[in-house]
Design a protein. Structure first.
Lengths: 640, 253, 220
């Protein structure tokens, strides 16, 4: 087993000029030189598409893989609310420093200063870039860009396109990618699952894929590999992620030596449509922006039977406004989610399951008019009504938290390189910028920052120091071996021939993960999870059924290959949550809380990034990256 | 509720397909249409039968993956709704529900209800972008865009590329899809510069990909889950006429 | 020039061609009806109107040349697009419930009927007027002869064909407005108002003639 001395490789020096200076020190290649190199990019969501396009513009030959039929289907498309940028267009005192600080504080001081500052700095360029591509952001009547405020901050710095910001940004990145496809600089492989990383002489030099239509397992070699494969919320079975979002590419890289950082930092979004029944396949998020005008409440007494409109003001508990007078309904996601769980656990939850709270627009409609609300949230209201059959203009919405984003991911250094030399990880798939909790409208920002403005520089620097392969090396033993291993695994899965559909096992796994590694965790629960997950694993490997053939389109096999990795990941999440004997951000350990039920952080013992090394038969091994805060003071987060 | 499904089963593009009947009982009317198909598939898997292949991903009506014909209509009976947002309450007890893939020469069937919509990507890559490299952009607010135009451009770019327009069209024309992108970009100053070139290239790709011609029947907009309007087609035509005139004048020089 | 040809032979280019030729033909119809209405003024008026036209001689031939050219290119583009569209739609589901209006769905069919009508119209009226008058007056050819409304079969075919032409124009003119990019501009409502004249009132004007001379006059 390798020993890792985790070091971010961020250069020393002044925080404010660090990235600019560093960028200048990086090696560059001319487009003619770059043409000698081939880059494999897995995933073509915001991060992957933007990185593919930008690297192709620089002259590299990009081979982009996605399990989707088109880059435009990536789940980045579903982001609703917006994208942050420190433009200070509203002149409300915003600045790069402020965005940096908000992000560090929002992440509960578990993210890396240098990365976060760079993110805040780049945020401005992203907006410029997207506008130049024709992204139709919302505008004011004067024709300038409009902003709104978003959970966890007190300035308006969020750029948006109605409730479809992610869609518009992804379509922008997709158009840039399409342009490079037309220029023949990007080759796109649709409907391909990445099933392994190939490491040659200590460097990532290729991948193993399965063509989802023909079932063909194939290897591809390149000078470097970039993973832009998103998050793993689907380990919970029910999440707001798309059905096919998965951890497989990351997990396979992890098994090959990429450390997995902070796996238990998973974000629970406070405003989702509650679960209705057992057949539910996914949860739908209602944009956090709704909390700008909606007020969250539950009845004061338990088992309230009256309809919400019949409950008078004095019998309502606007608990967020009560507990957090300064931020009110706009507290960060982790706080809003946990408080919702708390009131529901007290028995004051509403709806048929008792796991829901009201989000009420009555006051906003009275004060600002229904038209104003319709203009701002019309599509969200329509969506809600379509799903629930209730009209939110007349009766308050019912909401409940749901898993939405994963802060954890592959450990990367300042260059976004993982612990496998030559393997990069960008966007949600890495761990780097959000610490223990992500602020609203920061995911799109990070995906595009990594893809457009960071990895093109750092990957080029890496390649400039590498001799180009210039030829296909998939005939090497490492490739053959990886291909064989993958094929064997597939035949093993196909041969099980048991009694359960893969989805049933997944649902079972999700329940354990949600109950024990969800919004609140404790030692007993985590240990319980660690004893349950191996049973699920056993059941999976002995009793699933995959009809059809592996040499054909087989959606059950695709699922099985993903669930297999989710099961292993779930175990790691439990180990990670168990190790972190503190509460920070989204990681709330019930044993470690203040008298006011707020998270109790332990900066003396746990001010580190947990990076886990995979081990086939033993417990995973923990490596720590100490976090150093030179520019911000560690404070207890307070939103009161 | 109980329903009788007639589902198009086709092993692959090369094989012939046929409608097969499945009966589902005690379906909760509040589940979504795709959740109903999940139930059918779990049942099929447990009986060791091949489950029905269909494309789907976000289940929020935005990724554009899902889409097939339900009783002859793309995305089913509900206006402005993708299949994934359709709920069983839109049907009645003991209804017969016929599921077929989108039918068009340019959308070959992959399996069952899943079709290949690669032709859409080709249309976009032939011109559906602004030619700007990363890092070249000027300060965002240096371009002032009338709110009205920005809002119109947004409505056009809200297209999710699901292909319902092609399936609804008696000619399998991709005009609504193509025109939505042309409109989006030509309404904005950033996209105007390349406008003339873009529209001719995208139309040429649309033709060469085998889509039919638009005969202005309006069926596409009527079935579009994102309500992309006919005005986009008019805008494409305007651009196209300007482009022809421009090219005519240039050829005279 | 090559570029321009490519542009005009694309599906959209052909549509533009169809729109321009179609609208020109619709304008011609208005002019044609203006002449036909002299029938109601009286025999002398109608005959002298036709005489006057004939005196234009060379100019009329040029106009007729363009008329035929427009009809042909309209039909030619229409047929090419129809073939392309048939190819594009692989299988039409027997369960498909179209959202398409009848006028749009049957445009190709109504167009074909109109084309047949035009062919007979030319080989009878036009031919007689120009080369085979046999001492009859123009008025007589129209109102009494066996190629005119003296024959109930001709009258009925004429009425049906013109009605279908109106139906063809109902879709055609709206479609041309879309193709020429009028929709969505400030001229849209004016255009729509005028279009009713062409697809409803003008065909009605044409139909009134066989109804009056072919049936009503005979009964009275």
């Amino acid at each position: 087993m390798t020993d890792y001395n985790l070091f971010s490789k961020a250069p020393e020096g002044d925080l404010y000029t660090k990235w600019e200076n560093y960028k200048e020190s990086l090696k560059t290649l001319t487009p003619e030189e770059a043409n000698n190199y081939k880059i494999i990019i897995i995933g073509t969501g915001l991060a992957g598409a933007s990185a593919s396009a930008t690297l192709a513009e620089k002259g590299f030959n990009v081979h982009a893989f996605s399990f989707h039929e088109s880059p435009r289907r990536a789940h980045s498309i579903a982001a609703q609310g917006g994208i942050n940028a420190a433009k200070n267009y509203k002149n409300d005192g915003d600045s790069v420093m402020r965005l940096f600080y908000d992000t560090i504080k929002g992440g509960d001081f578990r993210s890396r200063e240098d990365n976060v500052y760079r993110l805040a700095e780049i945020s401005k360029n992203i907006i410029d870039q997207c506008v130049a591509q024709g992204v139709p952001f919302a505008r004011e009547y004067g024709g300038l860009l409009d902003n709104r405020s978003f959970g966890g901050v007190q300035v308006s710095r969020t750029f948006y396109a109605r409730g479809q910001t992610g869609q518009q940004l992804l379509l922008g990145a997709y158009s840039a990618l399409s342009r490079q496809m037309e220029n023949k600089k990007v080759t796109f492989y649709p409907r391909h699952d990445m099933l392994d990383i190939v490491v040659v002489d200590g460097k990532a030099k290729g991948i193993v894929t399965r063509d989802l239509i023909s079932g063909e397992v194939k290897t591809h070699s390149a000078d470097t590999v970039i993973l832009a494969t998103g998050g793993y919320s689907n380990v919970y079975y029910l999440s707001t992620n798309a059905m096919a979002s998965n951890v497989t590419a990351n997990w396979r890289a992890h098994r090959k030596g990429a450390l997995f950082a902070n796996p238990s930092f998973t974000q629970i979004h406070p405003t989702c449509i509650p679960v209705k029944n057992d057949f539910q396949s996914k949860l739908t998020l209602m944009s956090e922006s709704l909390r700008n005008d909606g007020r969250v409440w539950v009845p004061k007494k338990k088992n309230e039977q009256r309809k919400p409109i019949d409950i008078p003001e004095e019998d309502r508990d606007y608990y967020l406004e009560r507990i957090y007078p300064a931020f009110g309904n706009l507290v960060p996601r982790d706080v809003a989610s946990r408080r919702a769980k708390e009131v529901c656990d007290e028995g004051r939850g509403i709806g048929p399951t008792g796991f829901a709270v009201y989000l009420d627009f009555q006051k906003a409609i009275e004060e600002k008019g229904e038209d104003f609300i319709r203009e701002k949230y019309g599509n969200l209201f329509d969506m809600y009504q379509n799903i629930t059959d209730e009209n939110p203009y007349q009766t308050p919405m019912k909401i409940y938290p749901a898993v939405h984003y994963t802060m954890g991911g592959l450990w990367v250094d300042y260059n976004l390189m993982t612990t496998i030399n030559g393997l990069f990880s960008i966007g949600e798939s890495n761990f780097s910028d959000h610490g223990a909790n992500r602020l609203g409208a920061s995911a799109l920002m990070q995906g595009l920052a990594d893809g457009y403005f960071v990895v093109p520089h750092t990957a080029m620097d890496f390649l400039a120091k590498e001799k180009p392969l210039k030829k296909d090396i998939t005939d090497r033993a490492e490739f053959k071996e990886a291909e064989e291993k993958t094929k064997k695994e597939i035949s093993k899965l196909m041969s099980i021939d048991g009694n359960f559909a893969v989805d049933e096992i997944h649902r079972e796994l999700g329940k354990v993960v949600w109950d024990e590694i969800g919004m609140a965790r404790n030692e007993a629960g985590l240990k319980h999870a660690l004893s349950e997950i191996p049973k699920i694993k056993q059941k999976f490997w002995s009793n699933i059924s995959i009809p059809g053939s592996e040499k054909d389109i087989n959606q059950e096999l695709e699922k099985a290959l993903r669930i297999k990795d989710f099961i292993e990941l779930a175990e790691l999440m439990a180990f990670d949550a168990l190790d972190r004997k503190e509460s920070c951000g989204a990681h709330f350990r019930e044993e470690y809380q203040t008298e006011e039920n707020e998270a109790e952080r332990n900066d003396i013992e746990y001010k580190y990034v947990s990076a886990w090394d995979y081990s086939e038969n033993e417990q995973p091994k923990l490596f720590k990256e100490e976090l150093k805060y030179k520019n911000v003071k560690l404070k207890t987060r307070s939103y009161k | 509720m109980n329903i009788n499904l007639k589902v198009w089963r086709q092993k692959s593009g090369e094989n012939k397909g046929l409608l097969k009947t499945y009966r589902l009982e005690n379906i909760d009317p509040n589940i979504s249409f795709l959740e109903m198909l999940d139930i059918l598939n779990i049942k099929l898997v447990k009986e060791k039968n091949d489950p029905v292949a269909f494309d789907h991903d976000c289940r929020e009506g935005i990724c554009g993956s899902c889409g097939f014909m339900i009783n002859g209509r793309p995305h089913g009976p509900q206006k402005a709704t993708t299949v994934c947002q359709l709920h069983m309450r839109a049907f009645n007890n003991e209804d017969d529900i016929i599921l077929e893939p989108f039918r068009a020469k340019s959308f070959p069937v992959i399996k069952d209800l899943s079709v290949n919509r690669k032709a859409f990507d080709k249309i976009i890559s032939s011109g559906g972008y602004v030619s700007t490299n990363t890092g070249e952009a000027p300060e965002a607010n240096s371009t002032i865009i009338e709110k009205e135009n920005a809002d119109e451009a947004f409505l056009s770019s809200a297209c999710i590329g699901c292909g319902a327009c092609v399936a609804a069209c008696k000619n399998s024309s991709a005009m609504l899809f193509t025109s939505a992108k042309v409109s989006h970009l030509s309404l904005l100053p950033q996209g105007k510069e390349e406008g003339k070139d873009r529209v001719t290239k995208m139309v040429a790709t649309m033709d060469s990909e085998g889509f039919g011609a638009c005969t202005n029947t309006g069926a596409c907009s009527a079935e579009c889950p994102k309500e992309i309007g006919q005005i986009n087609i008019a805008r494409l035509n305007q651009e196209y006429i300007l482009s022809s005139l421009f090219s005519f004048l240039k050829s005279r020089k | 020039m090559q570029n321009l040809i490519t542009i005009l032979t694309s599906s959209v280019g052909r549509k533009i061609l169809m729109a321009i030729t179609g609208l020109s033909l619709a304008l011609f119809m208005a002019f044609h009806l203006f002449g036909n209405l002299f029938l109601f003024v009286g025999e002398a008026a109608f005959n002298s109107y036709v005489e006057k036209l004939h005196k234009l001689g060379f100019l009329i031939r040029i106009a007729e040349f363009f008329l035929v050219l427009f009809v042909m290119s309209h039909a030619y583009s229409g047929i090419l697009l129809w073939i392309k569209n048939r190819k594009a739609k692989k299988v039409i589901s027997s369960y498909s419930k179209g959202n398409t209006s009848g006028a749009a769905k049957y445009a190709a069919f109504t167009g074909s009927v109109v084309f047949i009508f035009l062919a007979t119209h030319w080989s009878t009226f036009w031919y007689k007027f120009n080369f085979d008058l046999q001492g009859m007056s123009y008025y007589y050819v129209v109102t009494e002869s066996s190629v005119g409304f003296g024959s109930p079969i001709v009258s009925i075919f004429y009425i049906v064909a013109i009605a279908l032409l109106g139906y063809h124009l109902k879709h055609g003119i709206a479609s041309a407005g879309q193709t020429l990019g009028v929709v969505g501009t400030k001229y849209e409502s004016i255009y729509n108002n005028i279009s009713a004249i062409f697809w409803f009132w003008i065909p009605l004007g044409f139909i009134s003639i066989p109804i009056w001379f072919g049936f009503i006059v005979r009964v009275i």
